[in-house]
Design a protein around this ligand. Structure first.
Ligand code: LER
Ligand code: MN
Length: 270
């Protein structure tokens, strides 16, 4: 099993000095703990020097399995489902702008909170139509590049749009694009799925990426999820991608990362 961890790098951290300092130091630590990859949170790819990124990440022998895009919602409120057409267009343009970097890194582009939340007064059905239009446009723009998009079902406290794997699969059916699938996250699944393993099986080859956090969103092993059953089920689907740690930096980021890889490697060895 190939393991990665999310490097939640604020956009500013990718700029000039900070990028060369903190970013490289973090990448070196992640490689040192034995991870195979680093998942990058990138608000805007224009802020990233792709050559420098390649040098740092490749230099430490790490892959970049996925690019997270949620900061564009968190910091700029870009949303596929806004009631303002210019905001929807900006969100689509932002996601399309990730395609060249994702193609270069062979990374999946994550569609998480960029889907937004239904604005007051807008029907849920309308939001879903906007969401489908936006994903179709992004997916079409990536045809021939090898880039794939993964929408992440998120728990009900974060959005009103697509909480479960079943809803995600229905969306994938409606989008109808080969390069569109789902990102499953054990933290969200623990809240929304009746039986996590059944949902993993149902998603099968539509699993394009996978996040792990324990029930309390601490590192795997710190809560009550059955990671042995979850990861065995994931492997049985034929999933070849990365299992990416996305958890709270508690008791601190370094300890969490180190404990997570120790726990997951031991689990896989048994
Ligand atoms: C992002 O991968 C995620 O899981 C969300 O909970 C972020 O808000
Ligand atoms: Mn996640």
């Amino acid at each position: 099993m190939r393991l990665s961890v999310v490097l939640s790098t604020h956009a500013a951290s990718f700029e000039a000095v900070a990028f060369k300092g903190d970013f490289e130091a973090n990448v070196a630590k992640i490689a040192g703990w034995g991870f195979d990859g680093v998942e990058l949170a990138i608000r805007d790819p224009r802020l990233v020097d792709a050559d420098e990124l390649d040098r740092v990440v490749g230099g430490h022998g790490l892959a970049v399995p996925a690019i997270g895009t949620g900061q564009a919602w968190g910091e700029e409120k870009l949303s596929f489902t806004s009631d303002d057409a210019s905001v929807r267009q900006a969100a689509i343009a932002r996601i399309k702008s990730h395609i060249p970097l994702a193609a270069r890194l062979h990374a999946v582009v994550i569609l998480g909170l960029i889907r937004g939340i239904t604005p007051p007064g807008q029907a849920h059905k309308r939001s879903m139509e906007y969401l489908i239009e936006a994903i179709r446009e992004c997916a079409a723009a990536a045809v021939g590049t090898g880039v794939r998009f993964a929408l992440e079902p998120l728990n009900r406290y974060e959005t009103d749009l697509v909480h479960t794997v079943a809803e995600g699969l229905e969306l994938a059916e409606r989008v109808g694009a080969e390069n569109f699938g789902l990102l499953l996250d054990t933290f969200h699944m623990n809240i929304e799925e009746p039986v996590i393993e059944d949902s993993i099986r149902a998603c099968g080859d539509r699993i394009f990426h996978f996040h792990v956090a324990d029930s309390n969103r601490w590192y795997p092993g710190a809560g009550h999820l059955d990671f042995k059953a979850i990861l065995d089920t994931l492997a049985a689907t034929g999933y070849q991608g990365f299992v990416s740690g996305e958890f709270k930096p508690l008791p601190d980021a370094d300890t969490a990362a180190e404990r997570s890889i120790r726990y997951l490697r031991k689990l896989c060895a048994n």
